[in-house]
Design a protein around this ligand. Sequence first.
Ligand SMILES: [Zn+2]
Length: 656
Amino acid sequence: MAPSRGRKWQTEAGRTTIRRIVAEKIPEWTGGLHEWQVIIVAWILDGEDVLCVTATGDGKSALFAVPMIVLLEVAKNPAAYPGFANYKKPVALVIAPTKGLAGNIVFELAGLHVPAFACTSDTLADARKAGRNIASEIGSCRWPIVCIDPEHLMEKQWERITDCQLFRDNIAFVSVDEAHLIDDWGAEFRPQFRNIGNFIRGRLPPHISVSALTATLMPGISTSTVCKSLGFQQGMFHMYRRSNERPNVQFNLLPLTHTLGGEEFPDLIKYLLSNRKAIIYCATIELCWRVYIFLLRLLPPGPRRLIRVRLYHAMCWPDENERTVALMRDDPMCQIIVATVAFGQGFNVRTLLDSIQQAGRVGRDLSMTGRAVVLVQKAAYSSAEKYLASGGSASRAPTKTSKSLTTMNNEKAMMLTNKGCFIAFFNKLFGNNTPGSTLDCIALPRRLPCSACLPRFSGSLAFEPSPLPSGPERLRPFSVPQPQPTTAAAYRPKNSRLTRKMRSAADAELRKFGLQVQKLERDYNIYGCTPASSYLSNPIITALLDNLLIIWTRDVLVTKIPHWKHHERHGEALYALIQSLQIEFAATFEATRLEKNKQARKKRRAAAGKDEISDDDIDEGENSGSGGDDMEDAVEEATLLMHRHPQNVFVRAVSH
Ligand SMILES: [Zn+2]
């Protein structure tokens, strides 16, 4: 029989008991639970339904781990907790969207001494081979927590499991992780998300708690879709909406300076040079491969590079994907994962960093800073403008192959056309209303201003150095391969020279920079007036202009002007100036290239007898062979990023 409702956990005594059990069972959480976590845990233990929206990395997994830790403790020592409901073999379901996430949850729970089972195609196949009967193992409450995706939950064997009396007596709660996917994916991509609620309400006892956890559920239609689907009725559940702003992640939304159809992705390099761990998300498996091979080619030969950069997607062997997750978590040499979006859906890299750094408090550690970069193909911007101008009718219907990742929607279009602060924009979108949430990063001010506010920011944007240990195997920095001259007539790499106009603009900027250095150095100068030209002499300016487009790192800068005396104090600023010039010029080169293509296309069409061509035709064509859908994927990518987990560097690639 299911335990009768006993004392309420949502009382001062109940909450104190929860805190005490956590302090005893998880001493490594030196700061204990946050107050809001204690409140939600008490609701769950009382069998109430909860919708919790809070930032990724805020400690959502504690909301299913802690109730189970408490229930296991009560089951073990019922006499010590008189009056509280006692499940003899407590069990809970955690519904997770991907097997990667399910595996990660099981791993996290193991660290908290909570046995759990990830019910995925891989583990089920293994069990079959070993002659085990998983349904009867789950039905007999062998694992306190079972992680499962919606598709497996709908399998026939779950009818047997949920008919099993022992299971019915001991099921205490269900948590739906990444619950926004009921809205995002449930309509078309993975319809079983919309059946989670039917399963819970139809097949499980009515007294259990159902909690929906997410970082990215927008108020309005999305929220009401999720509530309706899970059977949350007005006034009968607790809504707990915390701000999902992440002050320790610097957000960037930037245009790609290259296309995605090629073999080189230089935009990624500057984010990877610091050796901080990074995950690069790509829209397609094919793009993952090209990015992966590009990065491999930049590394010194040898087996270590296969550890340093890893691939993760649905076409990799499951063992290989698991190994990648383990390497990212445990091996300091593993720096980069190139992955499809499936990897990121709920994958908690925060946990990995916590486990590396032994962080003391559950949830967000504000002392660590991460960076999120969304690189968007330029065509996506014009597509967004067209979408808004057409009042939303320019949206393309989702195609079967790319599922829900191809539609432009209002939020994506607004984000791409947003001219102000991105963080303020997201806060409005998600209904975050902490004080100052709608102010821009400079007015508030935020410690890590977004890319829209960055030009007005006068402080320094400090990211800790790589957390990876130094030592004999210290990671070597990436270097961008330079084409080698093959003949005496110096081989000139494409776009390695500035146009006359660019050269003169860069020359002016560099001279301005010389004046700045002169000003800053005045205090050190004890010999009276020294001309600006002595701080950045003509030969140095010429060397910089000759090499401007191939100075990809500080090291290259030093090799190009080895005799400049101010590398130490002003090298960083000079490099920053060079980078900004490179970005500006790359945009010009790209525009010129597109214009040339356009003209060539016009000519071809004219020759073929076709009349006028519209701009639409051009936009479609400039997706560099990657197909029209890719451009829209990029926009989706950008939107998905909003709720990703913090990690050290988080380059969200790269669609167009
Ligand atoms: Zn901002």
